[in-house]
Each structure stands twice: as C-alpha cells, then as structure tokens.
Design a protein around this ligand. Structure first.
Ligand code: LUB
Length: 212
C-alpha cells in the first residue's frame, strides 16, 4: 500500500489513505453504537435510518455508506452482541474460578451488561423481534446454554453438585430463568434490579442441586 504521496506506507509515515481508513472504521463503530441505542430504545420496526443519522449528527447518506439498509444494521448489532457475550465467557474462563463460581460470574456479568450496555440491550431486543427482521440473525440462547452446561457437568464430576444432576436440564433452567428475569426487570424497573433478580436465581437453582 502507498501513501497519498506515493511513498510506501510505513508505521512512521502513515499516508492519507490509512488515516481515512481509520476514520471510516471509527465512524462505522459510531454508526453501530447509534443503531444499538435506537434499536434498544424503540425496537426494530420503529427505527428509521434517519433516527440513527440524527443520533450521530450525520446525514442518512453517511449511514448508508456503511450499512445498505436497516436489516444490515440489525445483523451487525446482533453479531456484536454475540461477540460481546463470547468475550464475557472468555474473560470468565480466564479467571480460573471453580465451575459453579464461573456460572455465577458469567450470569452476574451478563446481568450488569444488560443493565449498562445498549449493544447488549439492543441484541436481546432484536432477538425478540427476529420474526420481523428479514435477515439471518444468529441462533439465540444455545451458545450460553452450552457454556453453562459444560461448567455444570464439570461441577457435578468434581462432586460439587449431586451425582444425579442433569447438567443439560439445569443449564436450560438457568438460562430460561435468566432470560425471564432480565425481561421482567426491563419492564418493571428499567433493569435497575436485574443483578438482584439474577442473584436470586443463582441462589435458588444452585442450592437445589449443591452438595454439602
Ligand atoms: C442471552 C439472548 C439474551 C442469553 O444467548 C442469547 O441469545 C441471549 C437473546 O435474546 O440473553 C443469556 C441467558
């Protein structure tokens, strides 16, 4: 690649092309953040490209330059939602907690993200609205269910859960309860009490199967 002046681009002399590309990447991220805020607040059907543009103080054309239509924006938000959930899983794995602590940590961190991160709020809302969106959104729920199941299996095999624990069923129950809790917390308290509700779920469900 060459810079605007025709010199080879090196880390020391970055050309105009590089700076332009960096700005484009940054703007694309800002468009995605604006779209997430709009989808989280209004839902897919009600959001317009103009809403997204106005949130950024840009023209509709600037949004269209990065995403051809509303479906492409929804898909990009959903992909970023799962990237962030996956990163949360990776972070918790790196903490090297006991498997039961890992399950608690994962769901607690996810609850906080639902409360604080519009990208997470938007991703979850778009999944609820998936039948209204003409794009192939990722399959919901299964990634988290499998991750939680793997930790519960480990906990059972290490003797922290009753030997006859069905880890697959327990994971499904936890994820279903989590999903219900975040929805109820959204409707009743704008998610102010989400962490407390998720704590209750972890206490009750894990208590039932815990050994010792
Ligand atoms: C997570 C949602 C909401 C599950 O994994 C997913 O697809 C998820 C989709 O609406 O939260 C977290 C238990």
């Amino acid at each position: 690649m060459t810079s605007g002046s025709g010199r080879p681009a090196t880390p020391r002399s970055r050309g105009r092309t590089d700076l332009k590309q960096e700005r484009a990447v940054r703007t694309r991220g800002q468009v995605l953040d604006a779209a997430a805020s709009a989808f989280a607040r209004k839902g897919f059907p009600a959001v317009t490209i103009l809403d997204v543009a106005e949130l950024m103080g840009m023209t509709k054309g600037a949004v269209y330059f990065h995403y051809p239509n509303k479906e492409a924006l929804a898909l990009a938000v959903a992909d970023e939602f799962y990237r962030r959930l996956g990163a949360t899983g990776d972070t918790v794995r790196e903490l090297a907690l006991s498997p039961l602590e890992a399950v608690s940590e994962l769901l607690t961190r996810t609850a906080v993200a639902f409360r604080d991160d519009p990208m997470i709020q938007a991703g979850a809302r778009l999944q609820i609205e998936r039948s209204l969106i003409e794009a192939d959104l990722p399959t919901p729920y299964v990634g988290y269910t499998n991750l939680v199941e793997s930790w519960l299996t480990q906990a059972r095999d290490e003797g922290q859960l009753a030997l006859d624990t069905d880890a697959e069923v327990m994971a499904r129950v936890l994820i279903s309860a989590f999903f219900g809790a975040q929805h109820i917390s959204w409707v009743l308290s704008e998610r102010a009490d989400i962490a407390e509700r998720v704590r209750e779920i972890l206490d009750v469900v894990i208590q039932v199967r815990r050994v010792g």
